[in-house]
Write a protein that binds this ligand. Structure first.
Ligand SMILES: [Zn+2]
Length: 424
């Protein structure tokens, strides 16, 4: 399985200049190659064959375009091959019903990255300044650069980095996207799973998550960032459109935006990493069905975008950790009493589940999480063991509920979530 890990690069000023030089030269190579490609008649072969023909001209090109000798050869090859990728993507757009023309010449702000394949780079996880990693890149404007890299997530030991794409984003920051390959651990067979190693998750409204083991993970508090964003946007609206000040302010707005996005993603990754490494199976509601049941437009829809994103991340971590991620039928998970199965209408503001039929009283979302869990166990075919969360719940009511703060999750990740269970 291949996936991409994105890390911030911390190049020095002179390293930046070299990286930028390669980026812009590679852009010119792409544009030149596109020009050459367009001169080859369609009858000369498939797109891939014609692109390869242009790629084959690279050695000759270096005879007169001597700057190219200062760039690693696979970087140049990859730039030419992007024509193939881009044409494939245009085809997909056409199929999807979009009106598309031919490939365009790439302006400086459009062409943001270059890629090393297999060789020409080396990643050292520890030797950088202040415990940072170092990414060594060969032939960056003729020089070998050792660029500090912020490896905020550990790279699993069994991975192999296949490609490195060096990218400059709109805010001017540099990133390395490592395309890595690793063996996917096998998921345990449902018959081998103990119900104690499974969990149901209710994607909440007030809290981010409520699970069938009584954990309640709070929403990430981004109010300070939102205020900052509003302030910066207000400032932007007062600048003259297109002026230098405007451009500078626009960059500031983009940076705040980006930071908020990063915080959210980081939080979701930590929560997903915890659940998929701690359990053999994680159950969540099927949001597509849920949306239909609730008839589209209501207050939950904005939150739904975030949840979908979370489920995608959860699946990704599930593959990585060999954990089943199963989506279950969401119908009446909130209304149904987990103890006796009787369904009672429950408006959004009623935060407690109090069953008129059997008297079972617990938190509304905890009851829902238990229902999600039960449906998941059934759907995946996990055999019930003696000790089910439902029984624990009867004994202790909501006593086993532990609230987990989002900021602590962000700071310390999984160990903290584990502690919260132990205490709860
Ligand atoms: Zn009941």
């Amino acid at each position: 399985m291949d996936y991409v890990l994105k890390y911030r690069l911390l190049p020095t000023t002179s390293q930046r200049e070299h990286l930028d030089w390669v980026r812009d030269t590679v852009r010119q190579v792409y544009n030149h190659a596109l020009h050459r490609f367009n001169r080859i008649p369609d009858s000369a072969g498939t797109v891939t064959q014609r692109v390869r023909q242009v790629r084959g001209e690279l050695p000759e090109l270096k005879d007169w375009w001597t700057d190219l000798r200062n760039i690693y050869s696979t970087v140049l090859q990859e730039a030419v091959e992007r024509i193939d990728t881009n044409i494939t993507n245009l085809g997909k757009l056409k199929e999807a019903g979009y009106t598309v023309g031919s490939l365009n010449w790439q302006a400086p702000h459009e062409y943001r990255s270059f890629t090393y394949r297999q060789t020409g780079f080396e990643l050292d996880e520890k030797s950088g300044p202040a415990g940072r990693g170092l990414l060594t890149l060969k032939k960056v404007n003729g020089e070998t650069l050792e660029v500090p890299i912020r490896l905020h997530r550990d790279i699993p030991t069994e991975t192999h980095v296949k490609h490195v794409t060096v990218k400059k984003d709109k805010t001017g920051a540099w990133y390395a996207c490592l395309s890595v390959e690793r063996d996917t651990p096998e998921k345990p067979a449902p018959s081998d799973i103990d119900t104690a190693d499974t969990v149901g998750i209710d994607l909440g409204i007030l809290s981010f998550i409520h699970d069938s083991d009584g954990r309640q993970i709070e929403r990430l508090d981004l109010s300070a960032d939102r205020e900052r964003l509003e302030r910066e946007q207000h400032n932007l609206s007062r600048k003259q459109y297109g002026s230098n000040n405007w451009e500078e302010q626009r960059r500031r707005v983009a940076t705040v935006h980006k930071r908020m996005g990063n915080k959210k993603a980081d939080f979701k990754h930590k929560v997903a990493a915890f659940y998929t490494s701690e359990y053999d199976a994680v159950f969540v509601e099927n949001l597509n069905v849920k949306g239909m049941l609730e008839g589209g437009r209501n207050s939950r829809n904005t939150a739904e975008v975030g949840w979908r994103d979370f489920i995608t991340i959860l699946r990704h971590h599930g593959r990585k950790h060999g954990c089943h991620v199963v989506e279950v039928d969401p119908e009446n998970t909130t209304q149904k009493c987990h103890q006796c199965g009787v369904t009672t209408a429950k408006p959004l503001w009623v935060r407690e589940h109090s069953c008129p039929s059997c008297g079972y009283t617990t938190d509304r979302d905890y009851n829902a999480a238990l229902n999600v869990w039960e449906r998941g166990v059934e759907k995946l075919g996990v055999v019930h063991s003696e000790d089910t969360p439902a029984e624990t719940a009867t004994a202790t009511e909501t006593e086993n509920s532990a609230s987990v703060s989002a900021s602590r999750v962000v700071e310390t990740g999984s160990p903290y979530l584990k502690e919260a269970v132990a205490d709860g």
